[in-house]
Design a protein around this ligand. Structure first.
Ligand SMILES: Cc1cc2nc3c(=O)[nH]c(=O)nc-3n(C[C@H](O)[C@H](O)[C@H](O)COP(=O)(O)OP(=O)(O)OC[C@H]3O[C@@H](n4cnc5c(N)ncnc54)[C@H](O)[C@@H]3O)c2cc1C
Length: 432
């Protein structure tokens, strides 16, 4: 089934893109899948399902070409997911590896060659990455409705579809891909878990002669303007287009998190990298956003949550594009296989893939929230080549609980040890 309204109310076409208009008239359609949110996660679901012949409508409250506050860094894992979706990456800037800086120690390593993921990452400004993804969804036959804020429609505890601008779309399954939890999550009881950590990050762009560098740079020993170490990192992600994405992020487990001024932190970091990168002035006002790292629920009758809406961000590096793409594809595949059982199976399978690793990451974030652990921990993270390779694997989202080799073993051990220490770490967590 296609979604075929034009100028007669409901939706109209502006500059080649369909946008919603309010008519006051009640409109009703039926599709297989309704998707709330046109970021990477929602687009991945739409591409996969529409290519298989399902009727899909995506509601996006922004307009075509919208931007998302992000570092624009694509791990090798994200590149693998984009390749799986058949996205042409020639517009992205190819990245060979990561430069990690902890105090005076600098280690530059290439991404490892594995049989699971490509050996390179990329930097792709979100305005262009997200446009490429959502255009691929449209080309696959998904209907994309721009400028339309959507809410799930509940009958009892079942989501039966989506309402946007006075129109209702009934759907066999609704996919919540609305990013960091807001009103949609609140309605479905899918907010973040209050006691679990989350992150905040800010970024801007600046011109630099080093825009074509082949390595991401992460400064792990981030300090605020008073010299206090921050659990988080500062990044320089060269975009290959004359600019670099410069940003900082911090975890909510640190002392004084509520009072943390991200603009000041970014200014302090900028001063550190200014000369090395020959930075020009900010090309836009720095903008901040949330990094959700947990969700109270990620499925229910008739719906699933994917990507940030499901809290799928790695607490150890703040990256979530890869998990968004993977969870989006998984939701579509399970729906295509059997719509009735898809939500419950999605919750189980996404849990098997990510829960253990993300739990380790959250425990780790409580650990580094303690400054007396953070400082020596940072020195250790890049102290030897072997340890730096493990840090690299963690920073590149290349490890999870099933990873073979040293990184996988260390993660397994870390999970066990942190599991024992977790109650103490939480009890002694710094007061925000
Ligand atoms: C400063 C910062 C830097 C980051 N850097 C990186 C990085 O370098 N690499 C990385 O992998 N990750 C990074 N992340 C995380 C990454 O941005 C997210 O994990 C990723 O965007 C998740 O994709 P998503 O599709 O789930 O959500 P989003 O990209 O947030 O997309 C959600 C979409 O839903 C729309 N929406 C919301 N509510 C509604 C509604 N009710 N109706 C219709 N539409 C709605 C929004 O407009 C938005 O377009 C960073 C995050 C921040 C804040």
């Amino acid at each position: 089934m296609t979604f075929n309204r034009s100028d007669d109310g409901g939706f109209r076409v502006v500059s080649g893109h369909r946008v919603a208009v309010t008519t006051g008239r009640s409109q009703r359609r039926t599709v297989d899948l309704a998707v709330i949110g046109g970021g990477p996660a929602g687009a991945a679901t739409a591409i996969r399902a529409a290519r298989a012949g399902a009727s899909v409508v995506v509601f996006e409250k922004g307009v075509h070409g919208r931007d998302k506050v992000c570092g624009d860094g694509l791990t090798p894992r994200a590149v693998g997911a984009l390749e799986e979706l058949g996205i042409d990456l020639r517009d992205a800037h190819r990245i060979r590896g990561l430069r990690m800086i902890a105090g005076s120690k600098v280690r530059e390593l290439d991404w490892p060659t594995t049989d699971r993921f490509p050996d390179h990452g990329a930097v792709w400004p979100r305005r262009r990455l997200d446009a490429a993804l959502i255009d691929a969804a449209s080309e696959a036959g998904a209907e994309v409705v721009w400028d339309a804020e959507a809410m799930p429609v509940l009958e009892g505890d079942r989501v039966v579809g989506v309402q946007a601008d006075g129109c209702q779309v009934d759907a066999a399954m609704t996919v919540v891909a609305a990013g960091a939890q807001g009103s949609v999550a609140r309605l479905l009881g899918a907010d973040r878990i209050p006691d679990e950590p989350f992150g905040l990050a800010i970024r801007t762009y600046a011109a630099t002669p080093r825009h074509a560098d082949a390595h991401l740079e992460a400064c792990l020993s981030l300090r605020d303007e008073h010299g206090t170490p921050i659990p988080g990192y500062g990044w320089m992600f060269p975009a290959g287009d004359g600019t670099v994405n410069i940003g900082v992020g911090a975890l909510s487990t640190m002392k004084g998190f509520k009072k943390l001024n991200l603009n000041t932190l970014l200014d302090a970091y900028r001063r550190v990298v200014q000369d090395d990168w020959g930075l020009g002035p900010d090309l836009e006002r720095p903008r901040a956003w949330r990094l959700p790292m947990s969700a109270q629920r990620r499925h229910g009758p008739g719906w699933v949550a994917i990507g940030d809406a499901a809290g799928l961000i790695n607490p150890m590096n703040g990256e979530g594009i890869d998990y968004g793409l993977e969870s989006g594809m998984l939701a579509a595949d399970l729906f295509l296989d059997d719509p009735a059982s898809a939500p419950a199976r999605y919750d189980r399978l996404v849990g098997e893939r990510f829960d253990g690793f993300l739990r380790t990451g959250r425990r780790f974030s409580f650990l580094i929230g303690h400054p007396w652990i953070l400082r020596p921990g940072l020195r250790l993270s890049v102290s030897t080549d072997a340890i730096a390779h493990i840090t690299l694997a963690v920073m590149g989202n290349l490890v999870d609980n099933t990873t073979p080799g040293a990184a996988g073993k260390v993660l397994w051990l870390a999970d066990k040890t942190l599991g024992l220490a977790d109650p103490v770490l939480r009890k002694t967590r710094a007061t925000a």
